[in-house]
Design a protein around this ligand. Structure first.
Ligand SMILES: *Cc1c(COP(=O)(O)O)cnc(C)c1O
Length: 421
């Protein structure tokens, strides 16, 4: 039996209809923006392996640091104990975040980083004897697949089976010139009950790479601040350079109370989640009363190997060469976006920093289940490019080490697709 046959006998894949999906492609090696299958065929990873990889696959520097850590300390319980790598990572990350972020809480992935942020906010009010009941989020939001994270995400085909078990959330539209005042009014009407507002800053990833302007988010955040509503910036996808700056929050004046990170945090090497918060949040849990403790933790909290990968990835991220690469991708994407913005086959071309999205015009409207999705996926795969269209929306979210030639390959394939479909 080959790898694919062996896989299908024993494995259930994520977000995959196992009866109808094409068999999985076995990948045995990665280098830079390329992944290689068991026959040596190279694929260009235009989605950074589900948005996590930022410096390229099997990066030798990260590998070396992870290997050193593995030979020194692989894991230690993180309650009652600590370790140098977790401390250095927390110090390093806080030094580049908005300066009001003062404490780091570790978990394992993006969903848990969101769960932790939500629990912190809920208990923040409870600990002060002023419990609140409602959470505010955006329509089309995606914050993860665990129950709390799902609750603050859009209700959709993905959540339908679980909707009765999700807690209630107030949803608002993405802000723009036309609706910002009415959103503020709606918010003011319920603000005494609002625990927090959670949002994906500037780009809603899973919702379809939907983009909105920093100035309106700034306006909304300032309004929340005035009304005493806590702010959670979910930077799980936007963090570490995706929007053209280090963090999406760097495009704004107002600062969030809490931030969530995962995906690019370890350069895509190891699972790790981080929730950061202000001292104001942290202090609300300090008490002689043990009931005010944040009762949350995972077996692998602050796993040293994952922290070593994140620390190594941060070293690379802080190297000026990385920002030069990010700027190069932004510029090339912008040129390509401008060139194609009037193509009648496209409903819209959107770009924020290194993220480029193109929405195909389809009569049936936007749907994750559109047939065009599968056709586009296979079309790009036949050109050795890994894209994962969100319905009729294709997007690039590549490692920053992608070469100019590889970018050219992506653009050429899109131009072919525009002729074909
Ligand atoms: C992917 C994602 C998550 C969930 O992260 P996982 O590690 O997949 O659980 C949360 N928020 C945003 C904005 C994401 O893009």
């Amino acid at each position: 039996m080959n790898w694919t046959e062996r896989d299908l006998k024993v494995i259930w894949h994520p977000y995959t209809q196992m009866q109808t999906a094409a068999p999985p492609i076995p990948i045995v090696r990665g280098e830079g923006a390329l992944l290689f299958d068991d026959k040596g065929k190279a694929y260009l990873d235009a989605v950074s392996s589900w948005w996590v990889n930022i410096h390229g696959h099997a990066h030798p520097y990260i590998a070396e640091k992870v290997s050193e850590q593995l030979k020194t300390l692989e894991h230690v319980i993180f309650a009652g104990f600590t370790h140098p790598t977790a401390i250095e990572l927390a110090e390093g990350l806080l030094s580049i975040l908005p300066e009001n972020q003062q404490k780091v809480f570790y978990s394992d992935n993006g969903s848990t980083a969101v769960e932790v942020a939500l629990k912190m906010c809920m208990q923040y009010w409870g600990n002060q004897g002023k419990p609140r009941t409602k959470i505010l989020a955006f329509h089309n939001a995606y914050h993860g697949d665990t129950f709390g994270a799902m609750s603050v995400s859009a209700r959709s085909a993905f959540t339908a089976s679980f909707d009765p078990y999700l807690f209630e959330v107030e949803f608002i539209d993405l802000p723009n010139e036309g609706n910002i005042e009415s959103i503020k009014q709606k918010l003011s009407a319920i603000s005494p009950e609002l625990i927090c507002f959670i949002f994906e800053p500037l780009v809603q990833g899973s919702g379809g790479m939907l983009m909105y302007e920093a100035k309106y988010l700034d306006g909304l955040m300032k309004h929340c601040r005035k009304e005493g509503v806590l702010l959670i910036a979910d930077e799980v996808m936007t963090g570490f350079g995706r929007t053209g700056k280090r963090f999406a929050m760097d495009h704004l004046e107002e600062k969030p109370d809490l931030m969530c990170f995962s995906k690019g945090l370890t350069g895509g090497t190891m699972p790790l989640g981080i929730t950061t918060c202000t001292n104001q949040i942290y202090d609300a849990f300090l008490s002689e009363d043990k009931h005010k403790t944040l009762f949350h933790g995972h077996s692998f909290t602050a796993n040293p190997v994952a922290c070593a990968a994140a620390l190594a990835s941060m070293d690379l991220f802080m190297d000026p060469k990385t920002m030069t690469n990010i700027e190069r991708i932004c510029k090339r994407h912008k040129e390509f976006a401008d060139k194609n913005s009037i193509n009648p086959k496209l409903k819209e071309v959107r770009q924020t920093g290194t993220i480029l999205a193109m929405e195909f015009n389809v009569e049936s409207g936007t749907s994750y289940f559109s047939n065009l999705r599968d056709q586009l996926y296979q079309f790009f795969l036949s050109k050795n490019i890994i894209l994962r269209p969100l319905g009729n929306i294709i997007y690039f979210l590549t490692p920053y080490c992608i070469t100019d030639e590889q970018l050219g390959q992506l653009y050429a394939a899109v131009e072919d697709a525009l002729e074909t479909f």
